[in-house]
Design a protein around this ligand. Structure first.
Ligand SMILES: *[C@@H]1O[C@H](CO)[C@@H](O)[C@H](O)[C@H]1NC(C)=O
Length: 406
């Protein structure tokens, strides 16, 4: 990376400044002032920033729970299903949920419409994302039809009453598969609990298409902290146009790689081989990532990246206390959902991602001037962002690509 330093000096200085500004950011759930949102000036981009910040908080919680492992999350679908749930909560409980979802900074009286429009915009326009977010409810709760209607009117998706038994598992899995072009299969690997209560389901599929194509993949070494390297399929291309910068505080090199239809992949690649990416994870906010767009520098590199093709599933319920929802979990107040006390008991999330090696265009013929490399041959973080709105679509930590399977 030494060679890159003079070129990236400006980027480095600006990154350091941004870094300093975000350090005072309060943790989720703490009492806090609304953070500055000058960067996000329209209701849509403010909403995108809120869903992204919720996503970063949720990712941090997941990443620290799954220490040293690959973890992935498509947070916007989780925002969607928890917002559907909030339509069934008492005013107090809704306030708590909205705070965790980061909506308290928005002051948007139309927030449901804004979210619905954002979801529509990221799921259309060939960005490669499909999501399936829905609430499933135990029939024994004596469910209130007004809740079904409210969610359906607002989000075009009707919550569903469970029959009880194994039919439910098949029904949920079939619905998620059909909403994602059969790409997210078996969202529920095991049946719901015996007394299922309220269940949130969020499936997501992302298939990214590069603007610039890669050469055919080959097996290469991927380094591991304190272990022998693993041989994994890698995509590589010389003279690949990216934006790049060095963040000396975080000791990492950041790259932005363009996908088709106004989507970007951001990569955070530590300079050392380490499976502890905590410092990086702690840094991520919507504002930090937004600023990267203007501080990274356009260049051409020899780009090497493991083939990212995986599925990942987790029940996110146990992460909710980390989002400041401990009190809410104890007293959920889902009074608009059912006549009897109703409790959220699962938040089943599954994300499937594939990246094709091909792209819209070929890298330009190799010029003698570029000797830079961006070699993703050690643990890294990446995220997929919708550049039009700023919304975080997917985020992941890759520790060992060999463990990635669909
Ligand atoms: C990971 O790094 C952070 C600082 O970046 C440190 O506080 C923490 O103890 C480290 N965790 C492990 C398991 O080494």
């Amino acid at each position: 990376m030494k060679r890159t330093t003079p070129l990236l000096l400006l980027g480095l200085v600006v990154l350091v400044v941004v870094q300093a500004q975000t350090e005072d950011e309060p943790a989720a759930g703490e009492d806090e002032q609304a953070e500055p949102v000058e960067l996000f000036t329209t209701p849509a981009t403010k909403m995108a920033a809120a869903t992204s910040d919720f996503g970063y908080n949720l990712f941090r919680a997941l990443a620290s729970q799954q220490d040293g492992a690959n973890v992935f999350l498509a947070p916007i679908g989780v925002s969607a299903v928890l917002t559907q749930l909030a339509l069934g909560a008492s005013e107090r409980a809704q306030r708590q949920l909205f705070r965790a979802l980061r909506y308290h900074t928005l002051q948007d009286p139309q927030l449901h419409n804004t979210l619905r429009d954002l979801l529509t915009s990221v799921k259309t326009g060939n960005k490669g994302l499909s999501t399936a977010s829905r609430i499933y409810l135990a029939r024994r709760l004596r469910l209130k039809q007004e809740f079904f209607t409210a969610v359906e009117q607002q989000y075009g998706i009707r919550p569903k009453a469970l029959q009880g038994g194994s039919r439910d598992t098949k029904d949920i899995n079939d619905w998620v598969a059909s909403e994602t072009g059969n790409k997210v299969q078996r969202l529920l690997a095991k049946p719901l609990p015996k007394n299922p209560g309220v269940n949130a389901v969020a499936g997501a599929y992302f298939k990214g298409k590069w603007v610039t194509a890669f050469a055919p993949q080959s097996l290469q070494n991927f380094q591991q902290e304190g272990k022998a390297p693993v041989r994994v399929p890698m995509m590589q291309q010389e003279n690949y146009p990216i934006k790049m910068g060095v963040d000396s505080d975080l000791s990492c090199t950041i790259a932005q790689i363009l996908l088709q239809n106004q989507v970007s992949m951001f990569v955070f690649l530590p300079q050392e081989v380490t499976s502890n990416l905590t410092a990086l994870e702690e840094t991520l906010t919507a504002e930090f990532v937004q600023d990267l767009g203007s501080t990274l520098h356009a260049t051409h590199v020899t780009l090497t990246m493991p083939v990212l093709k995986f599925s990942y599933a987790a029940d996110l319920l146990t992460l909710l206390p980390d989002l400041g929802l401990t009190d809410w979990l104890a007293d959920q107040d889902l009074e608009k959902i059912a006549a009897q006390p109703a409790k959220l008991v699962t938040v089943n999330h599954k994300v499937v991602m594939e990246m094709a090696a091909d792209g819209d265009q070929s890298a330009p013929a190799t010029s003698a001037t570029s000797h830079l490399t961006y070699h993703m041959d050690r643990p890294f973080l990446f995220l997929i962002r919708d550049d039009a709105s700023g919304a975080l679509l997917l985020i992941g930590r890759v520790i060992n690509p060999k463990d990635l399977t669909i």
